[in-house]
Design a protein around this ligand. Structure first.
Ligand code: CA
Length: 231
């Protein structure tokens, strides 16, 4: 059965946007406009994932998150917090209170879907581990194949591992050092500049057929898989 997503958000336009994009990707959606209703819905409907806004009337998102984590049956339900851009402290507190991930508003639909899929995959490692998705990008892990839309993308082994790492953490910014550690391994000595070379190759391969640049360069910080923020 299609995963059931509970949206907890009091702003109707955002609920509409979330619902539209989730349903288009085949998810089932239920809603709650405040914290109490969220707890009730979670109890009754047993969602597969909860999208939880930080700013809610009465009970805050973070309090809802804490209560869900304390409560019996919903203890392990994956929770993604929605936060305002730049509220670094909120994100840390959200993750500390038991959220699995966060999405900053405004978010792009492709980032939203990628995060939801990634968190669901982590919660159920076997159910959807065959492929990774982001926007129009698909990575078939078993066949070792990458496609953008209908176009096959040919990658070297390092670019493949880099892209896989980005697809597993969409939207996250990684420094060159972090990428070296996770993609090349901590014992391999290569210059941080080597990362730039492989990013350049990856970017070229992904963008050859046109379409938006999916790799974001963050000056002096690193790189992220991040489509243009559209919402
Ligand atoms: Ca809100």
């Amino acid at each position: 059965m299609k995963p059931l997503i509970l949206i907890v958000e009091d702003e109707a336009p955002i609920v509409t946007l979330l619902r539209y994009n989730l349903e288009r990707e085949g998810f089932r959606v239920i809603e709650a406009a405040d914290g109490d209703e969220a707890l009730l819905q979670a109890e009754e409907r047993k969602p597969d994932l909860i999208l939880l806004d930080w700013m809610l009337p009465m009970l805050s998102g973070i309090e809802v998150c804490r209560r869900l984590r304390r409560a019996g049956e919903n203890k392990a339900v994956p929770i993604i917090m929605l936060t305002a851009r730049g509220e670094e402290g909120d994100r840390v507190r959200g993750l500390n209170s038991g959220a699995d991930d966060y999405i900053t508003k405004p978010f792009s639909p492709s980032e939203l879907i990628a995060r939801v899929r990634a968190v669901l995959r982590r919660a159920h490692p076997s159910s959807d581990a065959e492929a990774l998705y982001y926007g129009d990008l698909t990575m078939d892990l078993a066949a070792h194949r990458v496609k953008r839309g209908e176009r096959d993308i040919h990658l070297g082994p390092t670019e493949f591992r880099l892209l896989r790492h980005f697809l597993e953490h969409p939207g996250r910014v990684f420094s060159r050092e972090q990428l070296l550690d996770t993609v090349w391994g901590p014992d391999v000595y290569v210059e941080p500049r080597t990362v730039d070379v492989h990013i350049r190759r990856l970017r070229k391969a992904l963008n050859e057929g046109g379409g938006d640049d999916l790799i974001r360069t963050v000056r002096s910080a690193g790189y992220a898989l991040d489509a243009a923020v559209a919402a």
